[in-house]
Design a protein around this ligand. Sequence first.
Ligand code: COA
Length: 259
Amino acid sequence: MAYKNIILEKKDGIAFIKINRPKVLNALNGGTIGEITKAVLELEKDDKIKVAVLTGEGKAFIAGADISAMSNMTPLEAKEFAEHGHNMLNTIEKSRLPFIAAVNGYALGGGCETLMACDIVIAGKSALLGQPEINLGISPGFGGTQRLARLVGRMKAKELLLTGRNVSAEEAQSIGLVNMVVDDDKLTETAEKIAGKIASKSSVQTNFIKALVNKGVDIDLATANSLEISYFSSSFSTHDQKEGMKAFLEKRKPDFKGN
Ligand code: COA
């Protein structure tokens, strides 16, 4: 389908979703949230795609939910808007595809919430991350209070949420909000390189690993470990397990097929 607020490109098994509202620093309005959700669902059905990279056009990743769109919302409209945002992030989180956030500047509010639903976060040196909602007289509505606490711990999450203080890419990395920081001009190529590496693996297993880690952190350890055993054992009915082990024994590179 044709998109207005995002650019969707595909290359060598990698999908690139670029949010394209640079005049408002890629702020998330309802239309943009809807398009990102649709794009993720479209990619989900595309067998050729193994991994996705999410980034923003211009000087921001996403500067937050769209404040102009929110300013006159009624409580009911705000509830629907928050549910729309949560649905987008749950769609990313539940997708079979690993998502790499390539954070190219401001990642505030809904921007920070979006990268937290991704699987790997690479930030350019000049990126700025945070949950400044408190400065607008609201609290986060797209999972910021929940995913942030799970990622960086309750104390650090509350400090950032209560003060509305934004953090540099380096600080974000030091608290576990970002995997790696690279020079701004190396961001795209680093994201592509990591995406390419993931795309070369068995997509059955990239899907399993993402699902196991995401499901496991929210349930008790014994149940999570049982889930791991069942995914592990079902791997032994796949082509890729046979090929991966055969290739190791034959001292050659495996040719994974994603089944
Ligand atoms: N929603 C709607 N519009 C936004 C926006 C948002 N979250 N963030 C930025 N914009 C718009 C600005 O209103 C401005 O529009 P204008 O040119 O029509 O005035 C344009 O994007 C450029 O932003 P500007 O503030 O001029 O850029 P800056 O470089 O001086 O500052 C920020 C950048 C990110 C520090 C600043 O825009 C900001 O604080 N944005 C809001 C961040 C936020 O609170 N996010 C959480 C929302 S819940």
